[in-house]
Design a protein around this ligand. Sequence first.
Ligand SMILES: [Zn+2]
Length: 100
Amino acid sequence: MTPKKIKVLPENKLQIIWHDNSESIIKLANLKRNCPCAVCDSEREKQSSSYLPIYSDWELKIKSIDKIGTYAISIVWDDGHNTGIYTFDHLAKLAENASS
Ligand SMILES: [Zn+2]
């Protein structure tokens, strides 16, 4: 799936309109908690599986979103964290899990 449009909603959620016009909504907290970069990966490994980071609102602001080729986006967070590359596949999975 390829997104047609990606937009940050005011209520701290990311809205993705896919190529087939279906819509995914992902909470920014969910997005950041699942950051796929190596730093966050090892951070999560150190923590127990029950560990859920609580982010304050300012940490959850997205500064910019860049398209990486045709398969992913990179997100620059307001706290300067910018190493996470989210493949469209990953984003679709996060959206599926968002309600759980
Ligand atoms: Zn990260």
